[in-house]
Design a protein around this ligand. Sequence first.
Ligand code: SIN
Length: 341
Amino acid sequence: MIWTVNRLAHKVLTCVAAACLGGCGGDPGTPTTHDVIVIKFPHVVAPGTPKGQAAARFEELAEARFPGRVDVEVYPSAQLMNDDDSIEALAFGEIQMIAVSLSKFDRLTHAFQVFDLPFLFPDIAAVERFQRGPTGRQLLATLADEGFLGLGFWHNGMKHFGAGNPLRSPQDADGLKFRIMESDVLQAQIEAIGGNPQKMAYGEVYQALQTGAIDAQENTWSNIYSSKFYEVQPYFTVTNHGYVGYLVAVNPSFWNSLPDDVRTGLEEIVAEVSEWENAQSIAINEQSLARLRDSERTTILELSDEELTAWRTAVAPVWDEFADNIGSEIIEAARGAATVD
Ligand code: SIN
């Protein structure tokens, strides 16, 4: 795992300073028996999104089950930090829980690239089958040795493109600057349609669209609606070409330091919230799409089967490019889940 030199230096200095003050007795995230266990849980999307609602529900259920013992602090809308920083902060024990898009773990594992292969999963039900199967369950544990113990997957939804001009065919994307998440598969996908991919934090997208720093982006209806991209983006195209979902993760050292009853109880709550979140996510995205249509501030284009086939064909080479990285076993398991009726 490669962290920035500045970040590491800052951490070392912080620990040295704490030791001088007599306070560096161990991992700052490790609770003693008398401490209230504080779980800082930052994320970047709005409270009304599937993840925003699930994080709030986790807070409510955890504090109700462990009154005075567990204090969950949810920070939505990138109020505390962006996703890249939260990945780093979790590994350093500065925060205790994250639910970061699978695409953003690209620098730590190639296994999650399967979730970014364009047009692999036709819908959320297919993703759900894959994640619940044996290969999907193994993926939850993929990053445990890197400092990210996966407790569950949460869905957001399927992605669609938006731009300043109508995107009916891949040729319409030619030369456009597309904001993407920090994923090499997504970079290759945009290059395959002739676009110019720009990796950018979620919190910067609205302004980048507004100022013309980028021309286009891809996201789910719930993110597009709740972050008001439709105010600064006149055209969206229904493509369902990709998936946004999250790894709900904790730092293993912190988690294993919890009293047994708290750890087990919180794991039960995460499992319950995951079921709830994943059952809500489709409806929340449908509601967001309906609200986008009602806003009359943007045009939503539907494509014919022939038009969609042109997009599929354009991005098909991306699969070959990343097949070795991801591994045939993972890809086959995902394809199997995707093609079940
Ligand atoms: C999120 O849903 O957490 C953000 C996704 C993105 O960065 O586009």
